[in-house]
Design a protein around this ligand. Sequence first.
Ligand code: PLP
Length: 395
Amino acid sequence: MRVYADNAATTAMSQVAINAMLPYFDKVYGNPSSLHSVGQEAKEALDAARATVAQCLGCEPREIIFTSGGSEADNQAIISAARFGAKKGKKHIISTAFEHHAVLHTLAKLEKEGFEVTYLDVHNNHNVSAQQVKDAIRPDTCLVTTMYANNEIGSVLPIAEIGAICKEAGVIFHTDAVQAVGHLHINVKEQNIDMLSLSAHKFHGPKGVGALYVRKGIPLVNIIEGGAQERGKRAGTENLPGICGMAAAMKDACDHIDENMPKVAAMRDRLIEGLSKIPHSAVNGDLVHRLPGNVSFCFEGIEGESLLLLLDANGVCASSGSACTSGSLDPSHVLLAIGRVHDVAHGSLRLSLCEYNTEEEVDHILKVVPEVVQYLRNMSPVWRDLQTGKRQYIL
Ligand SMILES: *Cc1c(COP(=O)(O)O)cnc(C)c1O
């Protein structure tokens, strides 16, 4: 058995999305900007996809810009709002300490240019409150950017409340909703969201395509310069197969949220309950306001990387929070932000489920994870020191 439990990293494409893409490789292959009939067929498909994406979010089609994914949408949203604010002398931005790097690195760039960023603390319930946002708003605040749901620990933020506060204060509100779209009900108008980033490959669509919703009236800055595609706001010939695959995947996901959410959440809860029995462990993230598919733990006395390799060898594909891919040994900024100390943050495990997972797979994970954790602890000098009292348990 091989269980894929890394759906927060990417998902398998749905058959619906694959079928929706196929005609656009060879049958409807035109450039939507061409004036002839072949191009116009492509333009019709592009318009239809835009209408579908807009309908899923509760906005107007002209408020949707197609991008190469969540990262690009985050960059464009944040830079646009910052430039708009700076023109009015407003150079203060509010965000959170546990954003995705697409947001954090964009903010760091703006800080170097003289913007000031307040990063809200996420120690309390491993989440932020709307009151924290309210308290941080200043007369010179031009943007609040908070993720909709955290990709590592699953906390779902109080988006509608934050939206209402921003609306009242006249501050632009952007949310990185990459983990939420297709998994939670979203309506940008009802939730007073001004800008929203999404990515197709997190809801069974293709990789390398996403979208940015921008409320009309908010001027966008181009990240990619060139032709006049996307109302002149995002140059480059549209990725039509990707865009059509995304629209189909998004509609399919949004139409089935009420069915999928309880099913996935039940598997999540069984995993959290079962893995909590492992001694000296801790669940990460908000236990009440939580993504249906997120299970995040820290296990004391082990290394996340060895845990992942052994889990893979035992048929469980998971992820840890640490940034081992970058070659650095720094643990995840998210786990540090919620107050996990370095040693504990290193022993992290994220299992992220979707509706394709089964109860049998949950059984397999519940069997394998405790065994592998015990095996690694038995080999760990740190664990020996903890057991002999040379070192104090933290969890
Ligand atoms: C995956 C992810 C992104 C990046 O999206 P890409 O389409 O891979 O660029 C941004 N934010 C969050 C919260 C994510 O989970």
